[in-house]
Design a protein around this ligand. Structure first.
Ligand code: FUL
Length: 710
């Protein structure tokens, strides 16, 4: 707050010193200097790592044995150097997740790392990460779950003493914490010191007394960004665990400046590490879309990478992260508008300190601004030569408040102005990863990036501020070029063991059915044809650019045993994620016939994918049988975190032979019924041969290095 006031005074002092036009008065809520600095961090890592890593769960129940935490190869510095290399500005570690286990030797509870096998109970993951971040030159932050399924006192006033103690320890023993995360998940069933019951806390804001939490944190670390906390802090959730935030984006809630953060795991399997996840990593092109639909809309991005049971990151996750990091660096490496001449329809008091050249001077603090009362206007930018770009980035001087509601951009093409970014209209909304391409111009705020449908080549562009709440203060206009990022081919089931692959311009699509990595000696996919594969196993496919020989990331589809449903459950085994079996009542059971006796080591459940949580199954009982008459109960549990992140979850069971399987849906998130989009059964996984992994690593290195501009 203090720093922010100083900056404003400086802006004012400069104006009176020059004796010319003064800066416009602040409009509406403004960010603190901490919020401004934080927005400039853009993206950082999330690290989910704890007992769930060992139990293959997303949410622990609270009764897990702390002894199992034993990451024998954990090297925090190795992990933080990867983040640094990718260009991330920090990391946030789950010091405590919902299971209540503390990854540091806290005095607040016995359920902590002192009981771990790791380092004979002398380890401290929080300390190792905090030190490693410092050594790597990135910032360190922490996640401390308010919901605690272990603590006997949870739900009662006594828990707050425990929780506040934990906050105090984390904020006083580990140096600077740039952000502390207060997750919104709260209350429900849990172990609670052995009570094993449901605990409802009512309103989170009241129960945790977030006003008090915020006061305590401000006292201990005034520069720490407080995330969540019922909106009492500095930043809140962007609203999806897919990483995108909604656009237009206003940083204003309850009359104060609140920034947004988009969050998503790099791996489709979830926030914690899960066996078999290496085939489920988001490819660099998807990560670029995630980036553009969070950071590119004026929010921050927190991208999760989860260490495995040995404490190491999966190579596949690291490869994808680094490839995206390199593409982002390339995207931002050259601003084609830098230093270009600019002319505005109006300049505040005709004072050159507010003229249009401020848009292209590369200084994020200076800005173009018309007179008070002028809420629309335009700036023409003349480039030195014909220039090709496909991403336009704009920034407002947010220290003076967020103002712009609608803008458009024109390019001078074939002797006339043509609109390349259309002005946004009131009431329109943009949501989702695919909306980033060809989007309209609504808010600007800290920054907005618009990725055009096609690259544009021109010498002249024009920015039109169509509507603003007060005179616009635009600090930057940049023209950028998106590097080529090959996606992975989508693999689509057509039913009855038939599959089609996506194709890509200028590329050949190669695939394999034996689990090996496709390369240019693998079978070639012909557009429009179908591949026959009965499973179980994996279909893998990738693009190789015909001109450059670069190979893109590998797409993988896990195919389970062929299966048939009894009764009306065909939709749960048609391999089509968009259809689902549904029952209006609960509990309800699906029975599958795998055709013959099979060795079953795991099963996966895909929840309904239509964006609704009504009747979404989140507790189950699994039984197996050899004859369809005598059943054996083999697994029972919770499919966690589906409300926020409804992804496919795979559950490992003790490998055993069976022909029939039956899943009973015993609970759902909402409603009286239940549903299942896909239910699959798998044999024990064969690891890829070492030589193959080596070759694929080389391939990946090659494709990372030689990525070309279009
Ligand atoms: C959610 C939690 O419930 C998930 O487990 C995860 O930690 C995610 C980042 O936030 O609300």
């Amino acid at each position: 707050m203090k720093l922010f006031a100083t900056t404003l005074c400086t802006l004012g002092a400069l104006a009176s010193f020059a004796g010319a036009a003064s800066p416009p008065p602040v409009y509406g809520p403004t960010p603190t200097s901490q919020q401004v600095d934080w927005l400039r961090m853009e993206w950082y890592a999330f690290v989910h790592f704890g007992l769930n890593t060992y139990t293959n769960r997303e949410w622990g129940y609270g009764d897990e044995s702390p002894a199992q935490f034993n990451p024998v190869a954990f090297d925090a510095k190795k992990i933080t150097s990867v983040f640094k290399e990718a260009g991330m500005s920090g990391m946030i570690y789950t010091a405590k997740h919902h299971d209540g286990w503390c990854a540091w030797p806290t005095k607040s509870t016995e359920h902590n790392i002192r009981k771990a096998a790791w380092k004979n109970g002398k380890g401290d993951v929080v300390r190792e990460f905090a030190n490693a971040c410092k050594a790597s030159g990135i910032k360190f932050g922490t996640y401390l779950s308010p919901w605690d399924r272990n603590c006997a006192e949870y739900g009662r006033p006594g828990y707050l003493r425990v929780y506040y103690k934990q906050i105090e320890e984390l904020l006083t023993q580990y140096g600077d914490i740039f952000e502390i995360w207060f997750d919104g998940a709260m209350g429900g069933d849990g172990y609670y010191g052995g009570a094993k019951e449901n605990r409802n806390i009512g309103e989170a804001d009241k129960y945790y007394d977030y006003a008090e939490v915020v006061r305590r944190i401000r006292r201990l670390q005034p520069d720490c960004i407080i995330w969540g906390a019922s909106g009492r802090g500095d930043a809140v959730w962007g609203g999806s665990e897919k990483g995108f935030v909604s656009y237009p984006l206003w940083n204003i809630q309850n009359n104060k400046w609140i920034s947004l953060e988009g969050d998503t795991p790099i791996n489709h399997r979830g926030w914690f590490w899960h066996p078999g996840q290496k085939n489920a990593v988001k490819d660099p092109q998807t990560l670029m879309k995630v980036y553009l639909s969070s950071v590119g809309l004026g929010a921050n991005l927190i991208l999760n990478l989860a260490p495995d049971r040995n404490g190491r990151l999966d190579q596949a996750d690291v490869d994808s992260l680094l490839a995206f990091g390199a593409a982002r660096r390339e995207l931002l490496s050259k601003d084609y508008a830098l230093g270009a001449a600019a002319k505005a329809s109006e300049v505040r008091g005709k004072d050159k300190r507010f003229n249009a050249a401020k848009l292209t001077d590369g200084n994020i603090e200076s800005y173009w601004c018309p007179n008070d009362g002028t809420t629309s206007g335009s700036v023409e930018i003349r480039l030195e030569r014909e220039t090709t770009f496909d991403v336009i980035r704009l920034r407002e001087q947010i220290r003076l408040g967020q103002r712009v509601e609608s803008f458009s951009v024109d390019a001078w093409l074939d002797g006339e102005w043509k609109t390349i970014v259309e002005a946004g209209k009131p009431g329109e909304k943009e949501r989702g990863l695919d909306a980033v391409r060809g989007g309209k111009g609504h808010t600007i705020g800290h920054q907005v990036m618009r990725w055009l449908n096609e690259p544009v080549t021109t010498r002249k562009i024009r920015l039109n501020i169509v509507r603003a709440k007060a005179c616009p203060c635009i600090s930057e206009l940049s023209l950028l070029r998106m590097p080529e990022i090959l996606p992975k081919p989508a693999i689509r089931a057509q039913g009855n063991g038939q599959y089609t692959l996506e194709t890509h311009a200028d590329c050949t699509t190669y695939y394999t059915l034996d689990g090996s990595t496709p390369r240019n000696s693998s079978p070639v996919y012909k557009e429009g044809s179908t591949i026959s594969f009965q499973g179980p196993g994996q279909i893998k496919a990738c693009y190789i650019n015909n001109r450059t020989g670069n190979s893109g990331p590998v797409g993988t589809l896990n195919v389970g045993y062929p299966r048939q449903a009894k009764g009306d459950a065909a939709a749960a085994c048609d391999d089509n994620p968009d259809t689902f079996w549904h029952s209006a009542t609960r509990p309800a059971t699906i029975e599958l016939d795998l055709g013959s006796k099979r060795e079953i080591a795991s099963f996966s459940y895909l929840p309904r994918q239509d964006g609704k949580v009504q009747d979404m199954t989140d507790r189950y009982l699994l039984e197996l049988s050899n004859d369809g008459k005598q059943w054996k109960n083999v697994a029972e549990g919770e499919f966690s975190n589906l409300r926020a992140n409804p992804v496919e979850l795979e559950v490992a069971i003790t490998p055993q032979q069976a022909r029939f399987a039956r899943l009973t849906a015993t609970r759902a998130l909402e409603g009286k019924g239940c549903s299942v989009a896909e239910l699959k059964f798998y044999p024990p996984q064969k690891e890829e041969a070492d030589s193959d992994t080596e070759k694929s690593k080389k391939n990946r290195r090659k494709s990372n290095k030689t990525r070309n501009r279009r």
